[in-house]
Design a protein around this ligand. Sequence first.
Ligand SMILES: [Zn+2]
Length: 78
Amino acid sequence: MFSFGKLLTLGLMIGAVVLIYRWHRRFEEFRATRARARAAEVGPQRAIEDMVKCRACGVYVPARGAGDCGYADCPYRR
Ligand SMILES: [Zn+2]
């Protein structure tokens, strides 16, 4: 019925499953830590800005802080 060889094989299989589970959990923790570190590096997401169409060239520029596009009649000339 239960030979020593079979019990040893079963024990090794259970041990392998436990080891794989631990490695997997450690890997998931590592990935979560890395993701948090990257998110901290990038910083909070910038707010969504309204865009307005430049009358001179037709390019959409941010409503606040738009720069000169180079056209003579650019409304955002400085
Ligand atoms: Zn323009």
